[in-house]
Design a protein around this ligand. Structure first.
Ligand code: HEM
Length: 516
């Protein structure tokens, strides 16, 4: 009996060990087979070393991706140097990335430029997915775009729109106004005044070095992956010889000096400012000096500067580019112009100036802005995402550390979602939708991205754009200079990371004549 029981327990143990061995072997084998021969998305033919790079040269990136996706489908894999890039070109696949697989595809790729500009990824926009990213995003959402800052943001918007209208009124009659320049000034002031306070311009005038606008243009250029990112063995040498590294270092040092000036000024006045007058930087500096906060909660100066860098890069050019596209589309379509102007003037009636309440009633204006973002998402490819681990999209395997580009530009123009008039500016397509929601019904437009990386300004940025356009159209009637036909307005695009109108928009204003 005893021998039997010893024997049976040995037998049991042996059976258990054997089964565990077989299970492990099977699991390993099946894992290995899915890793050895994963089902990868279609991949256009590539060349040794450079991969598919040659298929992207000479065209804006969103157009090159869009052309390739017509042949290879809405989930496509490109190899660019040593990087694997997943290219998403349909709303269904965007939904899989931004919703279904959001927890895996929500990181950001690293690059030489973002590493430097974000003080080694201590920011919110470009840092890989982590608890640190969560902390930075939380403070950006609550302290910059959240309701706490709404009073200051509205005050800045009202003031800046007044400055814009005054500058138009001082313009010689019958001469063209540079609308692009006006919009850039508003978008920049919206960020800088909320971040640094209303005296930011006075301080800026004393600064040496290139203007913020010029520096941001350079940022957009240098955010494109460098040769060091794509070809780690030879790229660094070429980037050094070509002067790219030098340009990047100089740019960073200028931007850092610009931000540091405001940090120093604020440091000097931190105890003397009333709560009501505090701006974003005051709040951040307070968070850096809370005595009883644990070390992890306290903000470092690098984190503060990295957040300022995020709002510069994320907030200024996107907003002004959208305003320019909106005004260009409106001017190109006399029908839309007539309809939106009569809505604005009817809603507000005859008064000195518009307020937020007037604009909140302008439903057609809201869908005009929505239609603009459908056709002209300024971040045409969003910001690149990256996979944290293995997952599947559209039935294909996506390996860890794959870069993911979502082509918002092509998704917003897809005839299978938007019908035959998909590329036409036709705001009425949204008329029957109760709410203007920027993620569309099924991710059929994604101008603000989606998932946990969604743009934190998804609500506030459209409001700024609506208010600015409403004021411009309320007080003035507009025409294209030189007798050019409205529909012939040049709409050429430029840029890769930020797609904006190539030529500045010039328009001739005439003060609106109210008939009594
Ligand atoms: C019309 C205006 C704007 C558009 C179209 C826009 C669009 C976008 C897009 C497409 C993304 C990437 C989303 C993704 O990766 O899935 C993004 C991210 C971001 N945007 Fe905006 N944006 C606008 C205005 C602003 C403003 C005014 C700010 C200033 C606070 C801002 C700050 C950011 C930040 C910090 C991120 C990174 C979020 C993260 O990675 O967690 N954006 N934006």
């Amino acid at each position: 009996m005893e021998i039997f029981s010893i024997f049976s327990s040995w037998l049991l143990t042996a059976v258990l060990v054997l089964s565990m061995f077989l299970i492990c072997r099977y699991t390993l084998k099946s894992n290995r087979s899915s890793m050895v021969s994963p089902k990868l998305p279609p991949n256009p033919p590539k060349l040794p070393i450079i991969g598919n790079l040659h298929q992207l040269l000479g065209k804006p990136r969103h157009l090159a991706f869009s052309q390739l996706s017509q042949e290879y489908g809405p989930v496509m894999l490109l190899n660019i140097g040593t990087r694997s890039c997943l290219i998403i070109s349909s709303s269904a696949m965007a939904m899989q990335v931004l919703k279904d697989q959001d927890q895996i595809l929500c990181s950001r790729p690293i690059s030489k430029t973002t590493k430097l500009l974000t003080y080694n990824y201590v920011d919110a926009a470009f840092s890989p997915h982590s608890n640190h990213w969560r902390k930075m995003r939380k403070v950006l959402v609550s302290e910059f775009v959240g309701p706490k800052r709404a009073r200051l943001t509205n005050h800045v918007l009202l003031t800046e729109v007044e400055i814009m209208l005054r500058s138009i009124s001082l313009h010689p009659s019958n001469s063209a106004v540079n609308i692009t320049e006006l919009f850039l000034a508003i978008a920049k002031a919206m960020i800088c005044k909320v971040a640094f306070g209303s005296n930011y311009r006075k301080r800026e005038q004393l600064l040496k070095g290139p203007s913020l606008e010029v520096m941001l243009d350079e940022v957009m250029e240098l955010l494109d992956p460098s040769l060091s990112d794509l070809f780690p063995w030879l790229g660094p040498i070429i980037d050094q010889i070509s002067g790219r590294n030098h340009m990047l270092e100089k740019l960073f040092s200028n931007l850092d000096a610009y931000i540091q000036t405001y940090v120093d000024d604020h440091h000097n006045h931190i105890g003397k400012v009333d709560d009501d007058d505090k701006d974003f930087l005051h709040t951040l500096l307070e968070l850096s000096s809370i005595e009883n906060a644990s070390h992890d909660d306290r903000f470092t100066i690098e984190e503060i500067k990295a957040l300022i860098m995020d709002i510069f890069i994320g907030g200024i050019d996107t907003t002004f580019a959208t305003m320019v596209w909106a005004m260009s589309e409106i001017i190109r379509s006399p029908r839309v112009m007539q309809k939106v102007q009569s809505e604005i003037r009817n809603c507000a009636g005859r008064k000195q100036k518009l307020d937020e309440m007037d604009v909140s009633k302008m439903t057609y204006l809201k869908i005009v802005v929505k239609e603009t973002l459908r056709l002209h998402p300024p971040a045409a490819l969003l910001l690149p995402h990256e996979s944290l681990s293995h997952c599947q999209v559209g039935g294909y395997d996506v390996l860890p550390e794959t870069m993911v580009f979502i082509n918002g530009w092509v998704i917003g123009r897809d005839p299978s979602t938007w019908g035959e008039n998909a590329s036409e500016f036709y705001p009425e397509r949204f008329e029957n939708l109760d709410q203007v929601e920027f993620r569309g019904v099924n991710y059929d437009m994604v101008p603000f991205g989606g998932g946990r990386r969604t743009c934190p300004a998804i609500k506030t940025a459209p409001a700024t754009i609506e208010f600015t356009i409403a004021n411009l159209l309320y007080s003035y009637d507009w025409k294209i200079p030189g007798g050019e036909k409205n529909e012939d307005l040049n709409m050429l695009e430029e840029g890769s990371l930020l797609v904006r109108k190539k030529l500045p928009l010039f328009l001739v204003p005439t003060k609106h004549n109210w008939e009594d």
